[in-house]
Ligand binder design. Structure first.
Ligand SMILES: *[C@@H]1O[C@H](CO)[C@@H](O)[C@H](O)[C@H]1NC(C)=O
Ligand SMILES: *[C@@H]1O[C@H](CO)[C@@H](O)[C@H](O)[C@H]1NC(C)=O
Ligand SMILES: *[C@@H]1O[C@H](CO)[C@@H](O)[C@H](O)[C@H]1NC(C)=O
Length: 267
């Protein structure tokens, strides 16, 4: 009902809701992970769900805090996602990347428009919630979520319904602008940060500016920040061409921005 009310509010104001479209695999940044890279974490089953778990190496960590990393459409078969989870662990957090794609990650040459049909909320929420509830019952009290692309939509959902402590997302897809942010403003108390790409054809700079119009300039007291990375496209926070300094810097910049946000807002 609330969503309906907000949609009609937006309509009354003459704002057109835009569903952020999927970006085809060819439109993503390319993987440059050397084939010999060995991820540091392990695949374990948590509450029936395959989950890649990466723990800080040689470092004590707070057992009541965890990072839930929501991958892009390429899921756990993509080494870039595992290496990214390892990077979160290296920053000092136990990190969990659940296979909320139900063993059906998009192949790098797959068709996202047919794939998404089997990856709606009905298919995605059960494994996601199974892992979240298992983590909470293990004594994890502060869950930070970092979501990329497809994971951006679920980061936004978890922020909307106050399931998590803090959220950060890069190049989110499949969400609706401005409606999904209107819902956050109306009912959330979770701080949210967005890293967007200048060349993203999905969550475009124009949609990012529209999002600022809802949450920016102090309109959202729990906390909102957006940082745009220029010269890079969709997927930049997950994959970078190691020979391209702009891509390398943007990927690291997105990570550092998200890490600082999580540290500042994790309660
Ligand atoms: C974890 O599972 C994924 C998906 O089956 C697989 O691609 C990946 O290689 C596995 N990683 C490890 C470290 O076992
Ligand atoms: C919160 O959102 C998540 C992600 O969509 C969903 O799985 C979960 O059921 C929601 N929780 C509540 C309490 O509505
Ligand atoms: C990676 O970047 C280098 C330097 O800009 C470029 O020559 C190369 O074509 C790029 N590789 C890919 C796969 O885009």
């Amino acid at each position: 009902m609330r969503l309906l009310a907000i949609t009609s509010l937006a309509l009354a104001a003459g704002v057109k809701a835009v569903v952020v479209p999927a970006v085809a695999p060819a439109g993503h940044s390319h993987s440059m992970i050397p084939v010999e890279t060995v991820p540091l974490g392990k695949n374990v089953t948590i509450n029936g769900v395959l989950t890649y778990v990466s723990l800080p190496q040689h470092k004590a960590f707070d057992p009541e805090v965890a990072i839930l990393m929501l991958t892009d459409v390429f899921g756990l078969p993509s080494p870039d996602n595992l290496v990214l989870a390892d990077q979160w662990a290296a920053a000092g957090f136990q990190t969990f990347a659940p296979d909320y794609l139900n063993g059906d990650a998009l192949p790098m040459d797959g068709d996202v428009t047919t794939w998404i049909v089997n990856h709606g909320a009905a298919q995605t929420n059960p494994p996601l919630l199974a892992v979240i509830s298992a983590l909470k019952s293990r004594g994890i009290k502060h869950l930070a979520v970092t979501g990329y692309c497809f994971g951006g939509l679920y980061t936004i959902r978890l922020v909307q319904n106050n399931t998590i402590a803090v959220g950060t997302t890069a190049h989110p897809a499949f969400l609706t602008v401005p409606d999904d942010f209107d819902v956050i403003k109306a009912q959330s108390h979770v701080a949210i940060e967005i890293n967007n790409a200048e060349l993203d054809t999905g969550f475009t700079p124009a949609l990012a500016v529209e999002t600022d119009g809802v949450l920016g300039e102090g309109q959202y007291p729990p906390g909102y920040k957006r940082v745009q990375f220029d010269g890079v496209g969709h997927g930049f926070a997950v994959r970078a061409n190691a020979s391209d300094p702009v891509q390398v810097a943007a990927k690291q910049g997105a990570f550092d921005t998200s890490l600082a946000w999580i540290k500042a807002h994790l309660k």
